[in-house]
Design a protein around this ligand. Structure first.
Ligand SMILES: NC(=O)CC[C@H](N)C(=O)O
Length: 362
């Protein structure tokens, strides 16, 4: 029989459930994710650092966990980074039995191996309604010992998840892209490497100005974008130049801040695989994968920039683009993993721009 644990919210609400994964206590921001699949990818997405993820899909764990051995060294894995990034996991029904062609272990065993607590047997719909009404809130999974509440928005999480030194992929390829790693998901790197470009992955606060490269990409990442001051300052310099710039999620927020826009915290964020976005100026809608708690305020964008996409659920900004330069960024995840691949074409458009820039400046 699994041990009893509690999910405790900052407002005092305590919900009892059963333990799976590590029997330990942990605190963070409680957020909900309505994706039906993709728990392995979501759990290893560095943007979830500091968060306790409530998955609303009624059954989690039924397709197990693939081999994670390669995670440490390589991007050629089933995961999105080299470890589980969430602080804790909350599910309704945890399936200990699993069946999938690439699964080698149970979700609970994997969480346990990385000391991450899970709680099941709780009403995730009730919790989600609470978070929607009150907004994302702090909470903790309490096992044997109590822990303090913890607000991840006050910490520089990007520094904790970014690489520590420069890493090159496809070294020697003709077209070179600097990728600022604020907690990059592996599939973003894969989306570049499979398109044949060299990726120069640099730490979040690295001065890349002396490197030889043709285009700049800024990754996703955890926490409050306003805390990434060195990155924002580096991007400010890049915005003065002509090299193409592309950013995803935190990357969108950082380019916007560097350009002079502001960001704000959404009430409960967007975390799912079915967020509809509209390409501004058209009637085209794309279904996108999302995971963010902050958004860019596009009511007053700096001169030269306009809104690129808009969220059709709540009207918030889903990206910006420059009116004359090849600079565009999106709040959603064109690399998916998991989720729909409707917008993966944005990688092709960016690389096209980078090639154009390179041949014009050869
Ligand atoms: N996935 C991301 O890059 C998230 C960006 C930022 N941390 C947010 O929550 O809005």
């Amino acid at each position: 029989m699994d041990k009893t644990v509690k999910l405790v919210f900052q407002d005092g609400l305590e919900i009892e459930g059963k333990s799976f994964g590590a029997y330990t206590s942990a605190a963070g921001e409680v957020v909900f994710n309505t994706a039906l699949v993709g728990y392995n990818e979501s759990l290893t997405d560095p943007s979830y650092k500091g968060q306790i993820m409530v998955m609303t899909a009624p059954m989690i764990g039924n397709y197990g966990v693939p081999d994670d051995k390669a995670m440490i060294e390589s991007i050629e894995t089933w995961m999105e980074s080299n470890k589980i990034q969430v602080t804790g996991l909350v599910v309704s029904y945890y399936a200990d039995d699993y069946s999938h062609w690439n699964a080698i272990q149970k979700l609970g065993a994997w969480l346990e191996s990385q000391n991450i607590p899970g709680i099941y047997g709780v009403d995730t719909r009730m919790i989600t309604k609470k978070l929607r009404e009150q907004g994302s809130t702090l909470g903790k999974i309490v096992a044997d010992t109590d822990v303090e509440f913890y607000n991840p928005d006050l910490d520089n999480l990007v520094d904790q998840v970014s690489c520590k030194e420069v890493i090159r992929y496809n070294e020697g390829a003709d077209v070179k892209i600097v990728l600022i790693d604020c907690g990059v998901k592996n599939n973003i790197i894969r989306c570049f490497t499979t398109r044949g470009v060299e990726v120069i992955r640099v730490p979040w606060d690295y001065d890349y100005s002396t490197l030889e490269y043709d285009g700049l990409f800024i990754s996703n990442g955890p926490g409050d974008p306003a805390l990434c001051v060195p990155t924002i300052n580096n991007i400010k310099e890049s915005l003065k130049g002509d090299k193409p710039i592309f950013g995803i999620c935190l990357g969108n927020q950082l380019v916007s801040l560097a350009a002079g826009a502001s960001t704000f915290k959404l009430k409960y964020g967007h975390r799912s695989h079915n967020q509809p976005v509209q390409l501004v100026g058209t009637k085209r809608c794309f279904i996108t994968s999302q995971n963010h708690g902050f958004a860019v305020d596009d009511s007053k964008l700096p001169e030269g920039f306009k809104t690129f996409f808009t969220n059709l659920n709540d009207g918030t900004c889903e990206g910006i683009r420059h009116e004359s330069k090849p600079i565009f960024t999106v709040q959603f995840h064109p690399e998916a993993m998991g989720g729909p691949v409707d917008t993966e074409y944005l990688f092709d458009e960016f690389i096209e721009e980078v090639k154009k820039y390179k041949s014009a400046n050869a």
